[in-house]
Every structure is written in C-alpha cells, then in structure tokens.
Design a protein around this ligand. Sequence first.
Ligand SMILES: Nc1ncnc2c1ncn2[C@@H]1O[C@H](COP(=O)(O)OP(=O)(O)OP(=O)(O)O)[C@@H](O)[C@H]1O
Length: 255
Amino acid sequence: MELLEVKNLKKVYNTRFGAQQYTALSSVSFAIERGEYVAIMGASGSGKTTLLNIIASLDKPTSGDVLLEGKNLRQIKDRELSAFRRKNLGFVFQDFNLLDTFSIKDNILLPLVLSNVPYKEMEKRLEPIAKSLGLSQLLPKYPYEVSGGEKQRAAVARAVITQPKLVLADEPTGALDSKSSQRLLDIFEQLHDGGQTILMVTHSSMAASHASRVLFIKDGEVFSQLYRGEESNREFFDKIVANLSVLSDGGVDIG
Ligand SMILES: Nc1ncnc2c1ncn2[C@@H]1O[C@H](COP(=O)(O)OP(=O)(O)OP(=O)(O)O)[C@@H](O)[C@H]1O
C-alpha cells in the first residue's frame, strides 16, 4: 500500500461574500511510496500550497480524497485532527514558525510535550537529532539569537522528533542563503537515506534536484513528473530546468 494517496483533489475558493469562485485545484491525483522524496513544482499561484495544506489536513478539499496509510482524512473528526497531525506529520515552513519566547530546545520538544511524552524519552530523542543537525550548542538559545539556517535546522529537528510518517516542507529553502540552503538540502538527503518520506514544495530547481521524483503542477492538475533514476543531482537539475521551460511555454514541446 502507498503511504500517501491523493485522489481527484479539487479545491474551489469562494472569494469574500461568495461573489466569485476560484478553482485552485481542478483534479490532482498522485501517490507516494514509503521512503520516497518528492518535490512539487509549478508557477506561482498554481495551487502548490493549497495542495500541501489539504494533505496536511489544515484545509479541506471541495471534493476528492487524501489517504495516509489507507486512512481517509475525511474520516478523522475535527477534534482529533491536531493529534492526528502531531502523530503522523512533520512540518517545515519557509518562515520557520518557531516560537520566539521558547528556547531552541523547547521549540524542538514542543510536539512531544503536547503528546505527553515522558521527559526522559524526550531527552533521549533530542540528543542524536540535535547532534546530527549541528544544534547541540544552540539548544539554550532563543530563535532571535540564531541565524536563519540554524532556525530552519531547529524546525527540521522539531518536524522529525515525533518520528512522523511524512515530512511536509513548504519552500524550506525560500528564506535561506545559498550556503544554508545547501546544508538544509544535505540534511533532507540524510533523512531520506535514513528512510524518511518527504514531500517538499519548492520554486528552486536546485532544491528539487535533490528529490527522487518531481511533480509539476499546472492548471490545477499534475501536468508531468520526472523520476531521478540513476541521474546525478546535476543531470536531474538540467532535466528539471528543461521541463520547467516546457511548462511555461504553455505545455507545447517545440523541441
Ligand atoms: N483563501 C483563499 N481564497 C481565495 N483564493 C485563494 C485562497 N488561497 C489561495 N487562493 C488562490 O488560489 C491559487 C493557488 O494558491 P496557492 O497559494 O496554493 O498557490 P502556490 O502555487 O502555492 O503559489 P506560490 O508559489 O506563489 O506560493 C492562487 O491563485 C491564490 O490566489
């Protein structure tokens, strides 16, 4: 069974006062296997964040279904949704979403605190994660005392400390300089090598070239997809760039 199945997702937004409707997703279908690292690309406004929010159960589709390990998100009661998210999903956002009044350590531990995990177990999980993400020395600091790259690494630690089935990342390198972006992508690759399933929305061909598959969204649908196969990051990057130019040419391959 696939880890994630997205079936005929449609999302129509009603603008204020319901005067107009806007179809952000018309019919999106795809599946993700356990252990895959998938990037989603598409022009600004093509519905990538809408899609991620629905998969994250932060928003509801107009029609269509999302299944995680065969469980349809529609079956989950509203009051159980946040516990479901905490148990199954890890989130990494462009703007880090750390709490300013919490230390880096407390930010990372927060999802475990909310799930009533015993303190000893929290400490046990924190140590190897902090070490592998280069955060050990930064744990007592506060978000305003660390760099953007360090904040994002803390956000990754917070996302994976619950051992989620799926990590969802929305433009995780969007606010980072090139060196910090590279380090973050290396970390995602390490997580992927360790078996973590990752779904990442990105505008960056460089970021997408680290994934094992790239889905291209256009006009509210999956327009095409590329598998890495045996290609190097560089070869895959060139293919992604070529595919993006086909996408922006209106889908007509004139080559
Ligand atoms: N709450 C909303 N109400 C009405 N329209 C919305 C709402 N949220 C998003 N949209 C519209 O839906 C479309 C898709 O938005 P979405 O944020 O999913 O795109 P995106 O591909 O993530 O864009 P970007 O790459 O710029 O972040 C856009 O045209 C946007 O204006």
